[in-house]
Design a protein around this ligand. Sequence first.
Ligand code: BF8
Ligand code: SF4
Length: 645
Amino acid sequence: MSKDKNRDISVETLREKAVQAGVETVWERSEQQTPRCGFGEKGLCCNHCFMGPCRINPKGKSPQKGVCGATAEVIVARNFARMIAAGAAAHSDHGREVARTLLTAARNPDSGYSVKDVNKLHKVARTMGIEVKDRTKEEIAAEVAERALDNFGRQEEGELSFVRLAPEARQVLWKRLGVTPRGIDREIVEMLHRTHMGVDHDHRNIMLQGARTALAYGWGGSMIATELQDILFGTPSPLRGQVNLGVLSEKEVNVVVHGHEPVLSEMLVLAAQDKELQDLAKAQGAAGINLAGICCTANEMLLRHGYPIAGNVLQQELAVATGAVDVMVVDVQCVMPSLPEIARCFHTKLVTTSSKAKIAGTEHFGFSEDNALETAKAIVREAVLNFTKRDKVDIPHEKMDLIAGFSHEAINYMLGGSFRGSYAPLNDNIINGRIKGVAGVVGCCNPKVAMDRSHVGLVEELIANDILVVQTGCSAIACAKAGLLLPESAREHAGPGLAEVCEAVGMPPVLHSGSCVDNSRILTALSEMVRIGGLGSDISDLPVAGAAPEWMSEKAISIGQYFVSSGVFTVFGVGLPVEGSKIFTRHIYEEFETVFGGMWASEPDPGKMAALMIDHINTKREKLGIAKGRERVLFDMEMRRDLEV
Ligand code: BF8
Ligand code: SF4
């Protein structure tokens, strides 16, 4: 547990309030786990069979092998690879649900789901090689959904549909390494097989499958989730919103949606607007119904509708501790099992909705694509009826405005306008040096470190050095709370070049691109930067870097691995559970660069993390011959002819 205070003062106040009410929060439990098991922290503990559990002495003394003979690097590699597989499974399963929902929308007009973005549908269909001419949107949507579902279960050799969006050079590299993902489920299963007792004992070979599994996630499950959600619910474009616990309302019924899948939250958006329920709320003495989100569901609702974000992953318990949450409705991922205990101390009703994710002692409203709207209405009704049961309400004042909604398409439009939408202006500004490079800063919060401090510290440092930052997940929520997601922050925090570009275009220096599945939008943007030209022929040539400063989840590890395997230098804060094997760390921190053109790094200090990323970006600029910045020369026909002579 960090000695530094959490950056957000409302967090400390509410935490004290919860403790006074006799409730433990994530921070108290984190303290109880301190000091943590050193073997586990270094990745040196194995329980893959019951000859163990085994552990390796990190100081070089005995034991140096597991009962089966597994060495430190094999144990560390297998543990790391299993984290990749679990992360890939979580978000890919989310992608599968979205594909199933798109199929429902295409086949059942009464389901409440429909195709909202026909342009995106056509674009995705064309990428998948699906005919769009003279066909209804439902016909196309059904085929897109079926093709997406086929991506999960494919058995034969070949590749996933969206792999072809990667730069040509990257696709060739993946083929040469044998890591082009085949079927999403297949790669995850193979990863689990290879890390079973007695199978793959070569850490390099394990990590090749680690790369293939992560790529199946990034360019497969995650991209399917993002692209098909855009088809179903609309592609985000910039809009204003608000963030932090102060968005909860004293006068309205508060329905807080927590988890990940917009298949649920989109229906709650409709239910909260229902006239009958609005009237019922008024009859209970409430001014209306206030829908707010926690975690990635919050990002989804914000990006498409402008609904407010109550907080990130570490604020879920605190939201309940305000006494103002009438219902907290959860689906899957990053939902703490502690919630029922804290909900019992206040009046909050906790509702689970996914058959995959129940919590003992919690009311379950089974949610499926076929009964979605009815279930959503029933949940909102519960909240409305619970409003009168509130006791003392203590909502912090803290809230902040922000601009979000920077999908790949929106960035294209902002930079190039509706007729010549393009990344060319971004590339031009990178080449002329106004913008030095682009950084993706993403991921979770972790009670081992002071909440939000590393996110904000790193991002401030990057933009001060003229690096444009793209964000997703809880990291975006952290920086939004600090006011960095407003265009005004460019003048205050950005370097002169980046500030000039931001002011000309009217965008913030920190672009919120969505939830964690939307990290796939960053892959698309990077591929587009390569396609536009002037910055090399592969993602690994670009002056870009990635970071997850306060990570905690297996999804984050899997995301890190797909960025690295796509050619991006990626730094993680907090520490990585691999430090127990020098052979393994040398492999992923150094050798990976020659294998993938991207590698991992671990650095908990946000200032040093920024320095690593800036150095990397400068090295890439030097290699591209743009270290000093120059104007991009657009060749006319005459100049081209001269060149050919
Ligand atoms: O998928 S950033 S804590 S909420 S895992 Fe979870 Fe991490 Fe937040 Fe979204 Ni992503
Ligand atoms: Fe121990 Fe090997 Fe079994 Fe792991 S697989 S628990 S190292 S015997």
